[in-house]
Design a protein. Structure first.
Length: 338
C-alpha cells in the first residue's frame, strides 16, 4: 500500500513524520549523521529564539515553530518555501562556522561573527542599491552590547533579515532575473518587519502594526504574480523576439525601472496595481525603456560595416592610381623619389 504524505497539521503535531530535504532540523532526536555536528545544532537552535515576538492574530503559532515559521505567517509565504529555506539557511550558517578560524569557544552556539558576515554578503546588492538611490537602508545594524539579552535580540534581528531575503528569493520564480526588483521588494518588507519588531501602531486602525498583506500564499498573490504577469505579457507580445527591440520590454528593461526613485513614488507599497508599470499596451502610458533603444533600418548594414566600406574605398583609390600610371607598377618608376 502506498504511503501518503502527511498533512501540514499532522506533520507539525508529529515531528518524526515531517518531511525534509537534507537534514531533519525539526527533530534533534532523530538518528541522522548531520545532527552529530554541533554547528548544525547551533544554527537550528538559533532559529528557535522566538521570545516575545508578536503572535499572528489570525493563525495558530505553536511553541514548536521557529523564526522561519513566524515570517511565513507574517507575510504569507508558502509552507514548502519556509521548509526549504530553513534547511538552506542552516546549511549556510553551519558550513560558515565550520570554516571559522580560529574555531569558536562554544561550538554549540551560533557565532555572531559568522551570521554578520553572511548577512553582509547576502544583502550586499541591497545595500549598494540603497546607496545608489540615496534611500535609507532598512537593515539596521545591531547595537554592540555585552548584555546577554541585547546580544540575543541582535542575533535574532540578523536572522530575521537573512531569513526574510531567502524566503523572498525562494518564492520569486522568474523575478530572480531582476535583482533590483528583489531589492525593491525586500526594502519595503524589511521596513514592515522593523515596524512590527518595534511594536508600532497602525495610523489608520490604531491597532498594532501588521504587514499590508498576510494569509495563505499572500506574498505569491500580492507581489510575485502581478509583476510576473507583466513580464509574461511583454514576452508574449514580442512574437518570439521578431518584433523590434523598441516595441516591448524584456527582463533588463523592466529591471532598470527599479534603478530610479520613480519606482518608489509610482509603484509604491503595497503595490499600486493602477500604476503605469503594469500597463502592457504600447500605445498606453506604460513605462517604456529607461536606457538606450537602438532603432534599426536597412541603413544599419552600412553603419555596422563602415570600416569595411572605408577599406574598400582605399583599395579602389590605390587601384585607380596603379591603372592610370605609365608604368606597370608604381615601384618600377625610377623618377619617383623614395
Amino acid at each position: 500500500m502506498r504511503r501518503q504524505r502527511p498533512s501540514v497539521a499532522t506533520a507539525r503535531d508529529a515531528p518524526s513524520l515531517e518531511v525534509y530535504n537534507i537534514i531533519p532540523i525539526h527533530d534533534f532526536l532523530t538518528e541522522h549523521p548531520s545532527l552529530r555536528y554541533p554547528e548544525v545544532r547551533a544554527a537550528a537552535a538559533a532559529l528557535r529564539i522566538v521570545g516575545d515576538l508578536p503572535k499572528p492574530p489570525f493563525a495558530d503559532f505553536t511553541p514548536r515553530m521557529d523564526l522561519m515559521d513566524w515570517l511565513g505567517l507574517l507575510f504569507g509565504f508558502q509552507i514548502d518555501n519556509v521548509r526549504n529555506q530553513r534547511e538552506n539557511l542552516v546549511l549556510h550558517l553551519a558550513n560558515s562556522q565550520m570554516r571559522l578560524q580560529p574555531p569558536p569557544r562554544h561550538p554549540d552556539g551560533l557565532d555572531p561573527t559568522v551570521l554578520r558576515r553572511f548577512r553582509k554578503k547576502l544583502l550586499r546588492n541591497y545595500t549598494n542599491w540603497c546607496s545608489f538611490l540615496g534611500v535609507r537602508c532598512h537593515v539596521t545594524s545591531p547595537i554592540q552590547s555585552r548584555h546577554q539579552t541585547n546580544a540575543v535580540l541582535n542575533l535574532r534581528r540578523e536572522l530575521l533579515y537573512v531569513a526574510l531575503y531567502l524566503l523572498i528569493w525562494g518564492e520569486s520564480a522568474n523575478l530572480r532575473f531582476m535583482p533590483e526588483c528583489l531589492c525593491y521588494i525586500f526594502h519595503h518588507m524589511a521596513m514592515e518587519l522593523n515596524k512590527v519588531l518595534a511594536g508600532e501602531f497602525d495610523d489608520m486602525t490604531g491597532m498594532p502594526y501588521w504587514p499590508s498583506f498576510s494569509g495563505d500564499c499572500a506574498f505569491l498573490k500580492s507581489v510575485v504574480m502581478p509583476i510576473y504577469k507583466t513580464v509574461k505579457t511583454e514576452v508574449e507580445s514580442s512574437n518570439n523576439g521578431t518584433k523590434p527591440h523598441s516595441a516591448w520590454r524584456n527582463y533588463d528593461d523592466i529591471n532598470e525601472y527599479f534603478w530610479s526613485k520613480r519606482a518608489l513614488k509610482s509603484l509604491k507599497w503595497p503595490l499600486d496595481y493602477t500604476s503605469n508599470f503594469f500597463d502592457t499596451t504600447p500605445k498606453s502610458s506604460r513605462v517604456g525603456k529607461t536606457g538606450f533603444v537602438e532603432q534599426r533600418s536597412f541603413w544599419n548594414v552600412y553603419r555596422s560595416f563602415d570600416r569595411l566600406w572605408i577599406l574598400l574605398l582605399l583599395y579602389l583609390q590605390a587601384a585607380i592610381i596603379v591603372a592610370t600610371s605609365d608604368v606597370k607598377f608604381p615601384w618600377q618608376d625610377r623618377d619617383v623619389e623614395v
